[in-house]
Design a binder for this molecule. Structure first.
Ligand code: PAF
Length: 281
């Protein structure tokens, strides 16, 4: 596996790959890689001739400086994991390489990027679109792989791809969970053992809400989830939204969509750590 730090080297390498008619899979990451990322990389390796994994902790998508500062940085072990998964290139540029000038571009795809994470983390999806559009332009991938754990992110990136006309396929990949049910996330490393056990409660409640929803309204199901999670002393719901899985608009009745999804953000523990998850009804 080649570790590439600058854009010109990346482009030269990929130009020759494309000249040979080979397909390129891109897995964008911010590092601190875990089994969830590994599943994306393995899938890309199975479906493409060449797999590029970007490792870049993108400052423009963090609206909370503390969150950026304490985000785990583990480049060496990340590269070991990528080698084991069969990745071809790890692209790990510096902030100056990616943003030699401040990126002033504004992306706006309402309601997709305005609700839920968009409302609670202003500017977050603008930063995601800034970096992902740059990566798409530099790598020109055949396919790009994203974890469904960030359910809303995939919906926003799909809108951006349509808007800017990138000729590529977005491949959503299923959430990978710990045995306890907790969705794998780089932020889980920041939880103590006790907090980790508490965090597993989030998915348990989401699962309990599936049979509950069968004979209760959207509003009652919403309340059930919020109350059950908030009843745990280490957990506090920031928002729970039951939405149409395509438009991400709130629904009031189950009959409104054939793709109802519940999206949740919960603060866990003392620090506290912000965790997201979702469930399909
Ligand atoms: O999902 C992530 O890790 C990030 O939002 C992404 C897509 C790598 C952009 O920085």
């Amino acid at each position: 596996m080649k570790i590439v730090k600058n854009i010109s080297e990346l482009r030269a390498l990929l130009d020759s790959v494309r000249a040979e008619g080979k397909t390129i899979g891109l897995v964008p990451t911010m590092g601190a890689l875990h089994e969830g990322h590994a599943s994306l990389v393995r899938r890309s390796v199975a479906e493409n001739d060449v797999t590029v994994v970007s490792i870049f902790l993108n400052p423009t998508q963090f609206n909370d400086k503390r969150d950026l500062e304490r985000y785990p940085r583990t480049l060496e072990s990340d590269c070991n994991l990528l080698r084991d998964c069969g990745a071809t290139v790890a692209f790990a540029p510096s902030v100056d390489e990616v943003y030699p000038e401040p990126d002033t571009r504004q992306f706006s795809y309402p309601p997709t990027d305005a609700v839920m994470e968009g409302a609670f983390r202003p500017g977050h999806f603008n930063g995601v679109c800034q970096i992902v559009s740059k990566l798409f332009a530099w790598v020109e991938p055949t396919r790009a792989y994203f974890g469904e754990k960030d359910f809303q992110q995939i919906a926003v990136i799909r809108r951006m791809v349509e808007d800017l006309g990138f000729p590529l396929e977005i491949v959503p990949c299923p959430v990978v969970r710990e045995e306890s049910g907790l969705a794998l996330s780089s932020r889980n490393n920041l939880l103590s053992d006790t907090e980790r056990r508490a965090a597993a409660h989030i998915y348990h409640v989401l699962q309990w809400s599936i049979p509950f929803a069968k004979d209760h309204s959207v509003k009652q199901t919403h309340q059930f989830v919020v109350d059950c999670i908030n009843a745990h002393p280490a957990l506090e719901v920031e928002y729970y939204a039951i939405v149409d899985g395509k438009t991400l608009a709130d629904i009031n009745t189950w009959a409104e969509t054939d793709f109802p999804v519940g999206c949740i953000t919960v603060y866990c523990g003392q620090k506290p750590i912000r965790l997201i998850d979702h469930i399909r009804y």
